[in-house]
Design a protein around this ligand. Structure first.
Ligand code: XMP
Length: 319
């Protein structure tokens, strides 16, 4: 049986014993696993930990601000916030192929992270939020198959390149245990119970070429959708929900005028394992409210559609 205060004490002791007085770096993404790993390691070794938060410009609305407020502000952890938006946008210019986009984002991410890590020559450890299912999966065939369908963005290989030892304090935990641990460490419930967000971020939710203008519109539409899902108590009943930017224009009317603007698709799914998924049967009234708000509040979008495709054959993300 699992007793949280004892578990935290033991994990803290074990991290201290492993690391001694050496320094640790950790890539903070805003996701559940890296956040909980950061909070736990910070509890154990305080300022011997430096978190590196790489903002690729493809994060959700206010995400960077929230991560900084939580880790630098409330936990007083050392966090290096790297705004690499320009670099990512530059490399993505003119690129439309989904796999190519993933590869570029993954590659630039590693570049930026390595450059930051080299500025911390005293670091001897790289901490990662690897959890038990990742450990099993990386040996299994199931994962390899998933990878050939969509190349997932991860930072495997980084510790070797940087000559760092690996610190993975969540390796024995399942996702629900990681969440409980996060809450016990003082992380906000909403952060710890957040839907998964892909490494390439909005880069795979903007179809075709990624542009700053599209990312800004999408962030606002997505935030409205998530707000309304939470308000209607549907957020926790869905496994993943988000908006997708379609770079096609359609005609609309506003007042006495005609508009010709972009389309946003809403996607919400229910799933156990993300290998198969059902589209969520959200109430029409909720969909209507989200649509009205997006069209009224986000100038540049005049049409909202709801994705009613299951996985398979559709994937959860549109790219
Ligand atoms: P699909 O779209 O393949 O997604 O049905 C299944 C789950 O994986 C997430 N996903 C990714 N996560 N990097 C990630 O870290 C990626 O490139 C990536 N592509 C998909 C997706 O959000 C869903 O939870």
């Amino acid at each position: 049986d699992w007793n949280m205060p004892d578990y935290i004490d033991e994990a803290v002791r074990s991290i201290r014993a492993q690391v001694g007085d050496e320094e640790v770096i950790l890539g903070l993404s805003g996701g559940v696993d890296s956040s909980v790993a950061a909070a736990l390691i910070h509890r154990a070794i305080g300022d011997q930990l430096t978190c590196v938060f790489v903002d690729h410009g493809l994060l959700r609305l206010n995400e960077g601000k929230l991560v900084m407020e939580m880790f630098a502000g409330r936990l007083h952890a050392k966090v290096v916030h790297v705004d690499a938006t320009g670099q990512f946008m530059g490399h993505l210019k003119g690129v439309t192929d989904p796999e190519q986009k993933r590869k570029i984002i993954g590659r630039e991410f590693v570049e930026v992270f390595q450059a930051e890590a080299r500025k911390l020559p005293n670091a001897k450890w790289l901490a990662q939020g690897t959890i038990y299912p990742d450990v099993i999966e990386s040996g299994g065939a199931k994962n390899k198959k998933a990878h050939t369908i969509k190349s997932h963005h991860n930072v495997g290989g980084l510790p070797e390149t940087l000559g760092l030892k690996l610190l993975e304090p969540l390796r024995d935990l399942f996702k629900d245990e990681v969440r409980e641990l996060g809450v016990a460490l003082g992380l906000p419930h909403d952060m710890v119970y957040r839907h998964p967000f892909p490494g390439p971020g909005l880069g795979v939710r903007i179809l075709g070429e990624v542009k700053q203008e599209y990312a800004d519109l999408l962030r606002r539409a997505d935030a409205i959708f998530i707000d309304e899902l939470r308000a209607a108590d549907w957020y926790d009943k869905t496994s993943q929900a988000f908006a997708v930017f379609l770079p096609v224009k359609s005609v609309g009317v506003m007042g006495d005028g005609r508009t010709y603007e972009y389309v946003v698709a809403l996607r919400a799914v229910q799933t156990q394992d993300f290998m198969t998924a059902h589209w969520a049967e959200l109430p029409h009234s909720l969909l209507g409210k989200v649509s009205n708000r997006i069209i009224n509040e986000v100038r540049g979008i005049n049409r909202v559609v709801y994705d009613i495709s299951g996985k398979p054959p559709a994937t959860i993300e549109w790219e």
